[in-house]
Design a protein around this ligand. Structure first.
Ligand SMILES: [Zn+2]
Length: 194
């Protein structure tokens, strides 16, 4: 296994990681940074596990893409959008939402299911400062790629109800992207642990 050694851009201490990860986490000052196309500090949050959790939890990274959707044209049988209408204020054509993009490597079915459920029902958690010694998964989707995936999540979410959506045209503006680590317990399947 390749061991990468880099220096933390914040405190200068070396970061050693054996995890195959696009991002580097400094154990001393808790700074997260990326190195593709230059050194960039990545804003992030870590969700605390719920106090009554039994057993282990693993941290999964998600890009939380805060975007504004402006629908320019939609043709929906029955007249209303399936899920996007929830975000459109006062029945207008514009709304903002947080789209969750799974950033760890996983099968497409799980990724899609997590993206849709977290986007539709955003997780509520107490943030914590560190991982508390828990395992975390590496990130293999970059921040830049996350914006494209967010677009895909919105379309998929809207097209989930078959035969209803005829056409949809919209502009997507990405306002902010942050990495969110959410804990999941592993047995059996992925169970939210926050
Ligand atoms: Zn540091």
């Amino acid at each position: 296994m390749k061991v990468v050694q880099v220096k933390c851009p914040q405190c200068g201490l070396p970061i050693q990681t054996k995890v195959l990860d696009q991002l580097f986490y400094c154990e001393s000052c808790h700074t997260l940074h990326s190195r593709n196309g230059g050194v960039n500090i990545v804003p992030y949050e870590i969700a605390d596990v719920r106090p009554d959790l039994k057993g282990q939890a693993t941290y999964y990274p998600f890009w939380r893409v805060f975007c504004t959707v402006n629908i320019t044209n939609s043709n929906v049988a029955g007249g209303t959008l399936y899920k996007l209408s929830k975000y459109m204020q006062g029945g207008g054509n514009t709304g903002s939402l947080n789209v969750f993009v799974p950033a760890a490597e996983m099968d497409i079915g799980t990724s899609k299911q997590l993206a849709m459920s977290l986007t539709y029902e955003p997780p509520r958690y107490r943030p914590r400062m560190d991982f508390g010694g828990r395992e975390r998964l590496g990130t293999n989707i970059t921040k830049e790629e996350a914006a494209d995936v967010a677009d895909f999540v919105i379309v998929t979410m809207e097209a989930e109800k078959p035969g209803v959506l005829q056409s949809l045209t919209y502009d997507l503006k990405v306002n902010d992207i942050k990495l969110i680590y959410l804990p999941y317990s592993s047995a059996p399947g992925l169970v939210p642990a926050w």
